[in-house]
Design a protein around this ligand. Structure first.
Ligand code: ATP
Ligand code: MG
Length: 302
């Protein structure tokens, strides 16, 4: 779908004025249902703020990822580039549902990383609100643990009311409720899955079939049973460093339990920097992202 020229509603300008002229703050989150214009507003705010402040952007949507591949959360500096990030955390799926703990811990670690980078302003683009109990509790816990200064709630029908009511009497977060902009274009399931495939294809464009020993490495997340080879096939995994950040993602082709060897497609990486392999439940057929036949290579530094 062709993106229309950006329309900036007066409510966005008013919010920007408040963010520039009001009391100092550090973190703002944009929340709302799917197709609400969250990413458009979050990137616009980050860009506008970046000419005055050391501004960072946290793409916290593992489904319609703007930065990095789907299944991950990414911390970036400005100007934004979909193929460039500072730190990446693996959630394990394209929806936080079923991976809530990884979603929350990933957010916490990336917010901490932003502090480490001395961010003066951090804009967080949250995933589309999941209707019902799970989405409500996820948003509540995110706000309760991270206590952003501002939450901009984009709403059609007060979808986030049960959550903002919980913080009515709190000093933080300050809730800014806004109607979904008229210019927002709905994207259906097909468009959304096409976008994800494109993002994965781009990410794995330089992938090679690799061998990685797991004998001296930790495995965590939804680790499949060693007795069930089928459960390993086509799992998307993250190869993580000692700080717990994802260096690269891989697509498992097979696991050899005798040799404790993992065969996977992954972009180039240094094996000596990989201390753990994180599993989620998401599977991706390598052929679907253009990866086929090749002799496995041994990564650098293994
Ligand atoms: N103010 C605007 N002016 C012009 N186009 C807009 C505006 N806001 C959103 N859009 C368009 O609407 C579509 C959806 O917007 P966006 O991706 O920001 O929504 P989202 O809430 O982040 O969606 P998702 O739930 O998929 O993450 C995009 O094509 C975007 O370009
Ligand atoms: Mg979005």
């Amino acid at each position: 779908m062709q993106a229309l020229a950006l329309q900036v509603p007066s409510a966005w300008e008013a919010l920007l004025g408040q963010l520039r002229e009001g009391s100092p703050w550090r973190m703002l989150m944009v929340a709302g249902p799917v197709n609400a214009g969250k990413t458009t507003l979050a990137t616009w705010l980050a860009q506008q703020l970046s000419d005055r402040y050391r501004t960072f952007f946290l793409d916290a949507d593992p489904g319609q990822s703007l930065i990095g591949p789907p299944t991950t959360l990414a911390l970036s500096s400005l100007p934004l580039d979909p193929d460039r990030w500072l730190r990446l955390r693996f959630v394990g799926h394209i929806s936080p549902e079923g991976h809530l703990l990884q979603m929350l811990s990933g957010l916490c670690r990336l917010v901490e990383a932003a502090r480490w980078y001395r961010a003066e302003r951090l804009v967080v683009d949250l995933p589309g609100h999941i209707p019902g109990e799970i989405g409500r509790e996820l948003l509540f816990q995110i706000l309760d643990v991270l206590r952003p200064d501002y939450v901009v709630a984009l709403e059609r029908e007060e979808e986030l009311k049960p959550v903002w009511q919980c913080f009515r009497k709190s000093r933080r977060p300050q809730m800014v409720r806004m109607a979904v902009a008229q210019a927002v274009q709905e994207r259906d399931r097909l468009v959304r899955s096409g976008y994800r495939r494109e993002r994965f294809q781009r990410y794995f464009a330089a992938a090679r079939l690799c061998r990685l020993s797991v004998a001296a490495r930790g495995l965590h997340g939804m680790v499949p049973s060693w007795a069930n080879p089928e459960a390993w096939r086509h799992r998307v995994v993250a190869l993580c460093d000692a700080q717990g950040f994802s260096r690269v993602l891989g697509i498992v082709v097979r696991f050899d339990p005798q040799l404790q060897m993992l065969y996977l497609w992954a972009p180039p990486f240094r094996a000596r920097e990989i201390t753990t392999v994180q599993f989620g439940r998401f599977r991706l057929d390598p052929a679907e992202v253009g990866l086929m036949g090749q002799r496995p290579v041994t990564p650098e530094g293994s």
